[in-house]
Every structure is written in structure tokens, then in C-alpha cells.
Design a protein around this ligand. Structure first.
Ligand code: BDP
Length: 746
């Protein structure tokens, strides 16, 4: 959010009312806006000055008019002490009363989000006919995971899959000067992010010691982020008791190991009382994990959860567990099956402060994947969805690729069919309807009932959105009988224990002057936070918000043209990227290692489990039960049937689920091979248009901004042509089928 976005706020008279660290932040923000744009600010115990905007904690003192407004919105005055009348943590009201705009909250975080909401509204926040509004986040955990290495790693560099310069936290083995993080925290709070993991999930070298003797660095970052309501999380190594503690084992059932984690965690909380928790990648791509000791992932996750529970922390345990040294031998080696096969049998065994973090698709952040079936299969476990803002597989921030439409599809997906819960509901902790329960089946058609009951007391009746302000519900409820070690309900003081999981994105930010390398990739960062706050927001509306904040009218020539152009470039850019890269959901076809640019067979004969199986007759992965891997059976109805059926499978996922001949006719009426040719030609033409459209902004926006995007669009066009030519040529040569339109394919 650039300072200019505060202009409509800064020219007003503002009263800030209340105490606390985050209220101080609200005041600082308003003062900063006033210094820049005029206006005045008061901090006063009473509303006895003529003002345009009041930002107030309700219980900070008498605010007669505002209290009446709150009552009108159905919130009982805080003073009556009734829990139901309190606003939840982070919740706020915005009303217009007697010519004054009033933001009310019961917790400082609510006030901070209310301030940023007012800024987002701009002048519209001061319209007299504005109806009262009540806002609270749908998801409590709204996190960014930075895959930042403390030291430069020989393969992955300073930031693994980073496309925006160096890390904003680390440089060459040391913590950086945090000046830039002071701006970053504003940006994050303004979009609603409340948790940040500061190091890579692949915990290399020095990074392991952030948990122990390098904790000072983490403390310093936490202190910078705290005033903006952002909690620090750490990625930790499962082998830490061995590597750091000198123990002979990291076995999760070993008493010494449990004691070591309890002690290490205690030390972290002594220095960082609001520490968010741990993030763990275990038994995955070479990272250590419980399998080494013959234990499972519930044992592993519960070990850390037990250490965190007394302090209110959570462990986010990733489900990205698969065998990366495999060959395609039989159905059990289908990488898409792996997360479900590993984790579903463990449902009900995780402590309440464990959140399983599930990649949105079953494979790996491809431009098009079905939603992971795991999300519908763990009713007794808290889940978070992981998306990738850093554009590893979507053009590496050299290509404009606005991902909000993709993420929005994921969050709105209804795993049990129409009119049932969405993915967003599941990660919000909304309990299943009776209908879902009745429909929930496993591949054999057996009804699955969650052990231990997913409707335990930890889930608030409204789906977990309205817990008592500032805290978690009573613990327990979701932990099944088989919990060990230290089983039984845990994490009662947890970070929203019992309140679902959340939305987590792999961060796309670095020390680049534009934050995200490609300036337009900022829109993805923006969308992450806003979708986590409200998953019903549309990609289109979010882009409008982002444009308003990024190009306030006073800073550009012809704001309407700017808006139209940015929409024209970004609206369809995800589908455009899909058109010129791997077709029909088959995925990969990228250059091995760095994953930029085309290499159709790059991974085809490797042990990574990502294949397209193209031969002279056809292409695609057979994941049906009769002849393929049976992966379709991991979905509940109606999707299990839909994906299994060649007739009903959506075109865009056809090759993810089926191996078909090149002449197979899609719902669109085109054959598979003709579709490949057509979309690849069309994709390139679309990039050409995006490039031409952008050029209309020459001289109308900040020249550095303009130039950076222009350069990147040139590269996007070059790369799209390369993709088109390699993919089309490959399939022409494999199939021998000429293009029906007679275009030249070499
Ligand atoms: C893959 C990335 C790799 C990550 C891994 C993960 O290529 O760099 O370490 O995901 O999510 O997509 O752990």
C-alpha cells in the first residue's frame, strides 16, 4: 500500500481511542498519513472533539454514539460483559453516524484492520449514506511462508524458488538490517496477513540454529512484526535434537527427545511470548522425519505439538510427503496418491494444535491441478491449504500471471458437490453438515465416521469464526483416542485451537525494489491476504482494490486507462499461461531443476513421479481404478465418479486423470491434439496483446514501474513462443497429426 493510498484519510480529523501496542500502531499510521497529506489527529479518552473519523476500542471509555451504533449492528455493548456481545479478535465494525465515520473493535488487532479497511475504501468511507458493516476474517491463520535460506545455498541460493532478489530477512548467513521489514510489515497487515515463517522449509545449515543459539535473530524480527499483529513462525528440522541437542536419536517417542523439544520451545517463548509455532517438512525430499524411527507422522507432529501446547503455539505439519526416488511401477507409486495414503489413516490422532498443511493440488503447485482429495478426507484434523505465490511453476515472476482466479477456484471448490461446504469452509473449521456425513464414502463405498468426533467443543457452533474475543475455545474435541505421546486433548490454549487451519502461501517477496520482481506480481501477494480474510471475494474485485491502492488517481495520468489496462493484462493471465504451457492438466514439461521454460520430456524418465506418458498413440495419466492408479477413488462423490468418467471429466483436467488417444474429442468439440495446437497458438497471441496493451501506459505511470513490466512482457513473449514451438512440435512428431488449420509446426 503506497503512502499515497492514505491521502483520503490524511486530510481528515481523526480521533484514536484506546490503549495497547497495536493501538499505538494505528495512531502512528494516522500521524504518518496526516504529516504527509494534512489533517489532524487526537488521542483522547472521550469523543469531545469535532472529527471526521473515530477509531476506537469499545471498552476504552464512553463513546455514546458509537455504542448505539454497535447495538444497531447486533453487538451488545462490551461493557455488559456478555461474551456473545464481544467482537472476535481481529473483528471490527464500520459505521457512519452523525457525519462521522466510526471504526469500533474490541481488540487492538480489530482496530488495526479497521484502519486499513478505511484506507482501502478511501473517500467512500466518508459517504453519509454508507450502511454499517461488520467484518471479521473467515480464516484465523493467514500466513506467508518465506523459503528464505539464512546462508546462500549452493543449489537453491538465498531464497529457494525466489524471483524477487535476495531475502528481506537474511543475507550471507546473517540477519539483515530490518529497515525494509518495517515497511513490509505494513504491507502485510494492510492485506490481512497475521503470520510469517522466516526461513525455508528445507532447513539448511545455520537455519536449524535459529531455534536455539541464533534465536536472537528471530527475536529481532518478531519485535519488528509484533506491532502489526504478525506472529513469527519458524521452520524447524525434525532432526534438531540430534543436530543441535547432541542426542543419539530424534525418535518422537523417546523421553529425552520430548524433553529436548519442550525445553527448546520453552526457551523460544521466554523470548517471544507471542511466537506462532513451527512449520515442518518431514520425510520429504531428503528432510529428516519420523519414518527413520519407524514412527508415523502423527507421532512426529504430536511431539512438537506437545512442546508448543503449554504456550499456545501450533505446529504446521506439511503433507507434502512422497517418494522422490521412485519409478512408475504400479499404482502405489502414483505421486498424486501419496499425501492421502500417508495421512488419511492418521485422521483423529493429531493433537488439537496440529494443523496439517496441504498443497492445494495433489502433485506440486502446477498451473492446473484438481483440488487435493485430502482436504475432504480428514474430518477430525485441522487443515490449512498451501498455495504458491512465488511463481515457481507459473512463470517465475518474469511472466505476468495473476493467480487469484486459480486460488479462488480452489477455495470455492465443493468437495462434496453443490450446496455443501467449500474448501474455504473446511479450512475455516466449519463442521460437516449431516448431508456431508451421509455422503462421505471411501473408495469401497463404506461410510467413514470420524473417530473422536469432529464436533467436539473446540469447534465454535458457527464454524469457528466467532470464538471468544482474543482467545481460543476450550481445547479438546478433535483429538481421537489414539493420541500418543502425551495423548489426549492438547493445545487448549492454542493459537485458535479448534478453529480450523487457514490459508498459507509461499511468499513471493524479496529485496527487489518492487518487492516481487515483476511489479504486477504484487497483485498475487495482495490476493493471498484478502482471500484468506474473505474467500468469497472475486479475483476481479480484488484486482480493482489492488489497482486503486497501487495507482491512486493523483499519481497517474488517466486512472481509468490504467485500470482498464491492468485488467486487460492480468484478468485472464493465469489461463493464458496455462494455454501456452503443459496442456489439459498434465503438468510439468518444465526444465528440470530450475523449472523455467519448456522441456516436454524433462522429467519423463526421472524418479520424481511427474509424468505425461506421451507416446505415438496418446497422452495423459490413467488414474482410474480399473486400469490406472485408482487415484480418482480418493475423492468423495460426486467428484470420484466425475473424474473417473472419461465423458464427465472436465476438459481442463482430462490428462491429469486419463490417458487418451490424440484423436479423443473434448467437450469443446476439438480433439486433444488440435486443442494443444490451438491453445498454444492462442496463448502466444494473447501475450502479444498483453504486451501491446501495456505499452499504452508509457508516460502515464511511474517510468520505473512501466519499464520493469515492459521488459518482463518482452521476456514473457519470447518464452511463450518457445513453449508453443516445443510443445506443438513434440506432439506433432509424436502423433503425426497435422494442424487442421495448416499453421506451420516444425
Ligand atoms: C517444490 C519445490 C521445492 C520445494 C518443495 C516443497 O520445487 O523447491 O522444496 O516444492 O514444497 O515445488 O517443499
Amino acid at each position: 500500500m503506497p503512502p499515497a493510498a492514505f491521502r483520503p484519510l490524511g486530510s481528515r480529523r481523526v480521533l484514536v481511542h484506546g490503549d495497547g501496542l497495536l493501538v499505538d500502531t494505528v495512531l502512528d499510521e494516522v500521524v504518518r498519513a496526516c504529516l504527509e497529506h494534512g489533517g489532524r489527529v487526537w488521542r483522547s479518552p472521550t469523543w469531545d472533539v469535532e472529527v471526521d473519523l473515530v477509531l476506537a476500542l469499545r471498552d476504552a471509555g464512553p463513546l455514546a454514539n458509537a455504542t448505539a451504533e454497535a447495538t444497531r449492528l447486533g453487538v451488545t455493548p462490551a461493557a455488559d460483559g456478555a461474551a456473545h456481545g464481544r467482537l472476535a479478535d481481529e473483528e471490527f465494525l464500520l459505521t457512519r453516524t452523525d457525519g462521522v465515520t466510526v471504526v469500533l473493535a474490541d481488540t487492538p488487532a480489530g482496530l488495526l484492520y479497521g484502519l486499513f479497511h478505511t484506507v482501502r475504501l478511501g473517500a467512500a468511507a466518508f459517504d453519509d449514506d454508507r450502511a454499517p458493516e461488520r467484518h471479521r476474517p473467515a480464516l484465523h491463520l493467514r500466513a506467508l511462508d518465506h523459503w528464505d535460506n539464512v546462508e546462500v545455498h549452493p543449489v537453491s541460493g538465498q531464497v529457494e524458488r525466489g524471483y524477487a532478489g535476495g531475502s528481506i530477512f537474511w543475507r550471507d548467513g546473517a540477519a539483515r538490517d530490518l529497515t525494509r521489514v518495517r515497511e513490509y510489515r505494513r504491507l502485510l497487515a494492510a492485506v490481512g496477513i497475521n503470520a510469517v515463517t522466516v526461513n525455508n522449509v528445507n532447513v539448511h545449515g545455520e537455519a536449524a540454529r535459529l531455534l536455539t543459539d541464533r534465536l536472537d535473530d528471530v527475536v529481532a524480527i518478531a519485535e519488528v512484526l509484533r506491532p502489526y499483529g504478525i506472529r513469527v513462525h519458524l521452520a524447524v528440522s525434525f532432526a534438531a535434537p540430534v543436530v543441535l541437542g547432541g542426542l543419539p536419536t530424534a525418535d518422537p517417542l523417546d523421553e529425552r527427545v520430548r524433553a529436548w523439544w519442550a525445553d527448546a520451545t520453552h526457551r523460544v517463548y521466554r523470548r517471544i511470548p507471542d511466537f506462532g509455532g513451527f512449520l515442518v517438512k518431514a520425510d520429504s525430499e531428503g528432510q529428516p522425519g519420523p519414518f527413520t524411527y519407524g514412527r508415523d507422522h502423527a507421532d512426529g507432529a504430536n511431539l512438537l505439538a506437545e512442546a508448543l501446547a503449554p504456550h499456545g503455539g501450533v505446529v504446521r505439519w506439511r503433507t507434502f510427503v512422497y517418494n522422490h526416488h521412485q519409478d512408475w511401477r504400479d499404482r502405489s507409486t502414483d505421486r498424486a496418491r501419496a499425501a492421502y495414503d500417508h495421512f488419511v489413516p492418521l485422521d483423529g490422532r493429531f493433537r488439537t494444535n496440529v494443523i496439517l498443511q496441504v498443497k492445494f493440488g495433489p502433485v506440486d503447485f502446477q498451473v492446473r491441478e484438481p483440488v487435493s482429495p485430502l482436504i475432504a478426507a480428514m474430518p477430525a484434523t485441522r487443515l490449512a491449504v498451501e498455495i504458491q505465490a512465488t511463481q515457481e511453476y507459473t512463470g517465475q515472476q518474469r511472466h505476468a500471471c495473476y493467480l487469484a482466479p486459480c486460488w479462488s477456484e480452489v477455495l470455492r471448490f465443493e468437495p462434496w458437490g453443490p450446496d455443501d461446504r467449500t474448501v474455504a469452509d473446511v479450512v475455516a473449521g466449519k463442521p460437516a453438515s449431516r448431508r456431508t456425513e451421509e455422503r462421505r464414502t471411501v473408495p469401497g463405498g463404506r461410510l467413514v465416521r470420524p473417530e473422536g468426533g469432529f464436533l467436539g467443543p473446540a469447534f465454535a457452533p458457527d464454524g469457528g469464526l466467532l470464538g471468544p474475543a482474543g482467545g481460543a475455545g476450550p481445547g479438546g474435541g478433535v483429538a481421537g483416542p489414539g493420541n500418543r505421546p502425551g495423548g489426549g486433548p492438547g493445545g487448549s490454549a492454542g493459537h485458535r485451537a479448534g478453529h480450523g487451519g487457514g490459508l498459507v502461501a509461499v511468499a513471493n517477496v524479496g529485496d527487489d525494489p518492487f518487492w516481487t520482481g515483476h511489479p504486477l506480481a504484487q497483485a498475487n501477494l495482495y490476493a493471498v491476504g484478502r482471500l484468506a480474510w474473505d474467500p468469497r471475494l472475486t479475483a476481479d474485485a480484488l484486482l480493482d482494490e489492488w489497482i486503486d491502492l497501487t495507482f491512486p488517481p493523483s499519481t497517474v495520468d488517466d486512472p481509468e486507462l490504467v485500470r482498464r489496462t491492468v485488467h486487460a493484462v492480468l484478468d485472464d493471465s493465469w489461463r493464458t499461461y496455462e494455454r501456452y504451457t503443459a496442456p489439459l492438466g498434465v503438468g510439468f514439461m518444465v526444465r528440470p531443476g530450475h523449472h523455467y521454460g519448456p522441456d516436454v520430456d524433462g522429467y519423463e524418465y526421472t524418479p520424481w513421479g511427474t509424468y505425461h506418458f506421451a507416446d505415438r498413440d496418446g497422452v495423459g495419466v490413467d488414474r482410474t481404478p480399473a486400469t490406472g492408479t485408482g487415484f480418482t477413488g480418493q475423492y468423495p462423490q460426486p467428484w470420484s465418479d466425475a473424474y473417473e468418467s472419461l465423458e464427465r471429466c472436465p476438459d481442463e483436467l482430462l490428462l491429469f486423470f486419463h490417458h487418451v488417444p490424440y484423436g479423443h474429442v473434448l467437450h469443446s468439440g476439438s480433439t486433444v491434439v488440435q486443442h494443444i495446437y490451438d491453445t498454444h497458438f492462442a496463448g502466444v497471441e494473447q501475450v502479444r496483446r498483453m504486451r501491446a496493451q501495456w505499452r499504452e501506459l508509457a508516460g502515464r505511470i511511474d517510468p520505473a514501474w512501466y519499464e520493469r513490466v515492459r521488459e518482463r512482457l518482452d521476456e514473457q513473449l519470447r518464452s511463450a513462443v518457445e513453449w508453443r514451438d516445443q510443445v506443438n512440435t513434440y506432439f506433432f512428431r509424436k502423433s503425426g497429426v497435422p494442424d487442421a488449420q495448416g499453421r506451420r509446426i516444425y
